[in-house]
Structure formats: structure tokens, C-alpha cells
Design a protein around this ligand. Structure first.
Ligand code: G1P
Length: 281
């Protein structure tokens, strides 16, 4: 595994996944599969590709399947040993062997800012990455999105959010940023609004679920009042951070699927299915 200045990645995974009911009634939404791999495994693989080996997962009630997925299943392995199915566990076995998984529970859903704050106990005084597993990112032409962001972090040593252009009428679904370009695809953030009405959006640059955060963000979150929908928003905390110092927005290279919506989930499934067909030709 390559060495990285960021060794921990936080996965907020306590949400209910109401858009996928009834599928998510008894199953975590992060375990919904794109082909044969659960969503969260794609995120963990992206983090590993970026040199990260400690995965810190914020879970909640009904999320135990995530812990079991990233653990050895002796009975299953014993059962399929020597059969043609054995190789199907190769990838997950490698992940389990190389990474450490730590968990804590968010007892009440009080927003992404609160979920990230709950991760302080797992992250400590270190810069860290955040992956929202709903946002599935791929870059077939080069480094994964977290790898790209860590390179920028190594230069500027500040918080970074990944952004992409969205149609203006969709800004109400995202955190939206405005800023000044300081180098190709990198902007210094001057404004940031959580899920603005299109008429009030400062731009059409939407935050997608990849962040690099410095540990002082925990204190900033504590100082941030609740925002949109009565929840503690990481977007609001990052705007405070931008005003105190510097926050960057990075237009990443690659594709992003919104697997938190049925439409994006189906698109991702088709994309990976076709990719698989090409690879296995
Ligand atoms: C969260 C963030 C939002 C961001 C989005 C990316 O919203 O609050 O700023 O744009 O993730 O997926 P959620 O989709 O969890 O409501």
C-alpha cells in the first residue's frame, strides 16, 4: 500500500436510507450492492487506493451487517474452501487483512456535522478523509478522488471538499460553494450554503461526499449552531473554517453516481455491469 499523509477515513453510515424503503428496513443502505459489492466496500477500496488503512465507521441501530462484512466469516470460508466460489471472497479478505476497522454509534440523527463530530473519538488529532458511501466515485483514467484530494492536501494542509457542476435547479439537494480559483480545478472557498433554493445558490458547484478535514474541524463543529432542517451541518462548520483560515473546493476528475437515489443507483449498476462485461471479454 502506498504511504499517505492521511491514514484514517471516516464513513458516516448511521442514516436510515428512507429512499430505499422497504429494502433498507432491516438492512443498512451502505450494504446495498452494486453488482456483487456493497456500496461501502467501494468507498473503502477508494480509501485504500489513497493509502488509507484505518476505516472509522459511524454506525447506528440496525447497522451490524457492516461490521460483519468487514470481519472474517470462518463458517462461510470453511464451507467454500476448495470450491470454485472461493475466489469470490479474495477481495474482501485482502481488505480485512490490510485495514483496521473502528466503530462508534451515532445515537440520534442530528445531521452530518454531528455524525462527523461523533467520529472524533476514532480520529483523534489527525487530518482525515470523509467518504459518504452513497456517492460512488470512479476514475478509470487515473487516481481515485480521495487520492487526488490528498495530493492537494499535501500542498495546502487545509480542509478540502470535492465539488462538481450540477444543473442550477438541483442545488437544493447539495451543499453549494462559491470561491476564487487559485490553480487549475482548485478554488479558495468564499461562501458555502447547505441545500439552497436555486434562486439563492451562490453557484452551481455542488459538494459531493468526499472531504479532507483537519482535526480543528471538531472544535469548529462544536461552535456551529444547528442549520438547515434543524441539523448540525458540516457545510456550515466549513464556512466558519473558511472565514477563520482557508478551505478549498476541488473539481475532481472522474464520475460520481448518486447511489442514494434509485435513479443514480440503477445508473451505477448499469455502468459497472457494462464495465465488467468489457473486462471479462
Ligand atoms: C450531504 C451534505 C451536502 C452534500 C451531500 C453530498 O447531504 O450535507 O452538503 O452536498 O451530502 O452527497 P445529504 O445528501 O446527506 O443530505
Amino acid at each position: 500500500m502506498k504511504k499517505s499523509s492521511i491514514t484514517k477515513c471516516l464513513f458516516p453510515a448511521a442514516g436510515y436510507g428512507t429512499r430505499f424503503l422497504p429494502a433498507t428496513k432491516a438492512m443498512p443502505k451502505e450494504m446495498l450492492p452494486i453488482l456483487t459489492k456493497p456500496l461501502i466496500q467501494y468507498g473503502v477500496e477508494e480509501a485504500m487506493e489513497a493509502g488509507i488503512d484505518t476505516m472509522a465507521i459511524i454506525t447506528g441501530r440496525g447497522k451490524r451487517a457492516i461490521e460483519d462484512h468487514f470481519d472474517i466469516s470462518y463458517e462461510l470460508e470453511h464451507q467454500i474452501k476448495g470450491s470454485s466460489k472461493e475466489h469470490l471472497l479474495d477481495d474482501i479478505r485482502k481488505i480485512i487483512n490490510k485495514c483496521t476497522f473502528t466503530y462508534t454509534r451515532q445515537k440520534e440523527m442530528k445531521g452530518l456535522g454531528d455524525a462527523i463530530l461523533k467520529g472524533e473519538v476514532l480520529i483523534g488529532d489527525n487530518p482525515f478523509a470523509v467518504v459518504l458511501a452513497d456517492d460512488l466515485c470512479v476514475n478509470l483514467d487515473g487516481d481515485g478522488v480521495l487520492s487526488q484530494m490528498i495530493k492537494i492536501y499535501e500542498k495546502y494542509k487545509c480542509c478540502i471538499v470535492a465539488v462538481m457542476e450540477v444543473p442550477k435547479e438541483e442545488t437544493y439537494k447539495y451543499g453549494v460553494v462559491a470561491g476564487n480559483e487559485i490553480e487549475d480545478s482548485v478554488m479558495m472557498v468564499t461562501d458555502m450554503v447547505e441545500k439552497p433554493d436555486p434562486s439563492k445558490a451562490p453557484s452551481n458547484l455542488a459538494i459531493i461526499g468526499r472531504y479532507i478535514l483537519t482535526p480543528d474541524i471538531f472544535q469548529t463543529i462544536r461552535e456551529t449552531p444547528v442549520g438547515k432542517n434543524g441539523e448540525l451541518q458540516i457545510t456550515d462548520a466549513l464556512l466558519r473554517q473558511a472565514k477563520k483560515g482557508m478551505v478549498l473546493a476541488y473539481k475532481f476528475e472522474g464520475k460520481r453516481f448518486d447511489c442514494g437515489s434509485v435513479d443514480g443507483f440503477v445508473k451505477a449498476t448499469n455502468y459497472f455491469y457494462e464495465l465488467d462485461a468489457i473486462v471479462n471479454q
